[in-house]
Design a protein around this ligand. Structure first.
Ligand SMILES: Nc1ncnc2c1ncn2[C@@H]1O[C@H](COP(=O)(O)OP(=O)(O)OP(=O)(O)O)[C@@H](O)[C@H]1O
Ligand SMILES: [Mg+2]
Length: 273
């Protein structure tokens, strides 16, 4: 199926894209994150233009596009780190809360991993991970620690639990940041260039954790220039330019058969780097 060049062109209620055999064999679930006609300005700058995007439960959507195209802003509005000017965003059927306790709950349900790991420097790795479950989810300390240790093991840094962030490599810190988000039992995880601050030898250890997470069925929106990740774990590539979703397709189709000039131009630049 070919992609569309108009953000309105794709009927978002149509059947979700099928997974390729290199990713997962489960069908995709119900719409989990739905953006309808979302617009956002920073002053005169129109950074999100009539965005229509539905992320289904269990789907891994990879967002790519040139610098300044609005990828980070797209993630940030889903987590309500930025407000929108018009349109609607729902997560699991609920409109994003304006403020207060509802907003804290939303942030728990929509995990976010940034380029910079944002761990609390004065807290141990274990305490960084248990903080949210105790404060926001109301878990008892012992239960939170048990859960957090299991998650730290899952991302391969269980042995580092008693250390402080500065004692860990960048790749280890980013895996802790992923465990910290997972500790909140999020419904969806947003990743904004999670490997771009890392030394090359640490990139794969983080991508491996993300690929395993994708295969476990986590719903994910991932902004990344790692095309290997997109091909191995992505169900869909969304290409943005100038605040618009210019086209979207399965990774295989997108990388071999991009439709728009802007996507072809972008791919030409990054694939020949
Ligand atoms: N808080 C802000 N105030 C004003 N302008 C902003 C703000 N945040 C982002 N912008 C502008 O909005 C546009 C989109 O930014 P955004 O960070 O979403 O792009 P991006 O696609 O993530 O780029 P990159 O690949 O460089 O991370 C850019 O022109 C940026 O300069
Ligand atoms: Mg960005």
């Amino acid at each position: 199926m070919s992609s569309t060049s108009s953000p309105r062109g794709r009927a978002d209620d149509e059947a979700p894209p099928t997974t390729s055999d290199t990713t997962r064999d489960r069908p995709l679930g119900r719409p989990l994150v739905v953006l309808e006609h979302v617009d956002k300005h920073f002053g005169d700058l129109h950074v999100l233009k009539d965005i229509q995007l539905t992320v289904h439960e269990g789907e891994v959507v990879v967002v790519i596009g040139p610098s300044g195209s609005g990828k980070s802003t797209l993630c940030r509005v889903i987590n309500r780190l930025e407000t929108i000017d018009s349109g609607t965003i729902t997560v699991d059927g609920h409109a994003l809360p304006e403020e207060g306790k509802g907003l804290a709950q939303l942030r728990a349900e929509v995990g976010m991993v940034f380029q910079s790991f944002n761990l609390f420097a004065h807290m141990t790795i274990l305490d960084n991970v248990t903080l949210g479950p105790i404060k926001v989810r109301g878990l008892k300390k012992a239960a939170a620690e048990k859960k957090s240790r299991a998650l730290l093991d899952r991302v391969g840094v269980g042995a580092q639990a008693a250390k402080y962030p500065a004692q860990l490599s960048g790749g280890q810190q980013q895996r802790v940041a992923i465990a910290r988000s997972l500790a909140m039992d999020p419904k969806v995880m947003l990743f904004d260039e999670p490997t771009s601050a890392l030394d090359p030898e640490m990139i794969n250890e983080v991508l491996d954790v993300m690929i395993r997470l994708a295969r476990s069925g986590m719903t994910m929106v991932v902004v990344t220039h790692e095309m290997g990740f997109a091909r191995r774990a992505g169900d869909r590539v969304v290409f943005m330019a100038d605040g618009e979703i210019v086209e979207q397709n399965t990774p295989d189709e997108f990388f071999t058969n991009a439709q728009s000039h802007r996507a072809q131009d972008f791919l030409g630049k990054i694939l020949t780097r």
